[in-house]
Design a protein around this ligand. Sequence first.
Ligand SMILES: [Zn+2]
Length: 302
Amino acid sequence: MGKTSSKQKRYFTFMLVPHDESNIFSVRISHTILFVLGLVALGLIGSSSYVLTRHLDYQLTKRANVQLAEKNAFFAQELANTHEAFQRVAKMENELRAMLKMQSKNELIKYTGEGGPTMADQVNLMRTLNQKASLTQKEFNQSLTFLKRDAQERLDTYQEMKKYIATQRSVMASRPSSWPVRGWITSRFGMRQSPFQDGSMFHQGIDIANEEGTSVKAPADGVVTYSGWEGGYGKLAIIDHGYGISTRYGHLSRQLVNVGQRVRRGQVIAFLGSTGRSTAPHLHFEVRLNGIPADPLKYLKD
Ligand SMILES: [Zn+2]
């Protein structure tokens, strides 16, 4: 393409010249028209590049949307799975409570006063999570609120169980179930003929006969509340086991513990003797529940 110019006439002549110089094609265009054509060309380039850019944006947004939808579906599924996991934990919790013979905490936990979502909301949400592939912002927020609440509830209930088990363990450790001394039971709990021929009387414990000096062991954990001489008991020791239970050891030859001392089940606390109102070496053993004598054989293991 060739170009000539004539500044005076303000015309451009475009010529197409083949190599053999036959059939020369020429066109004369005014300066104004060329200017207009230039503007049109610029406009076309500009608008087409705008359309191209928009199209590229659209493609990128479309791809981003697909990725977001995938992410949304993934999170919705994960939330549904987490809710299910919490439900399984809650079910196991109820089984544990049944094993521990604990009351269900369902009645104790009430959220109505907190102004938060209700149980009906949670049921609706679970339905939504299971049906919908994608969730709204509100549904996400609600789901997370439920999860946080569930987590706190599980934490509370496990702490309650831990406390309960610790208490149960303490109750078991405090129960006078081990024999304080082995031997022959020469007198049982209840009404009996007095060995001193002064009529019948209520025997507040059991008598276990053995040789003088035999070790007397604590039948459970506890704290010594008495260690001294007490009338007919002779040398007496008393252990408080908590939960209203205490035990008494009479006719001892010697105590090995002092008031205020903590003792463990199986710990030797005294030696068997025949002090006080006693005819032969034996241990007078009492179990008292809230101060009232109870049959020790109901506590001692066979
Ligand atoms: Zn006795």
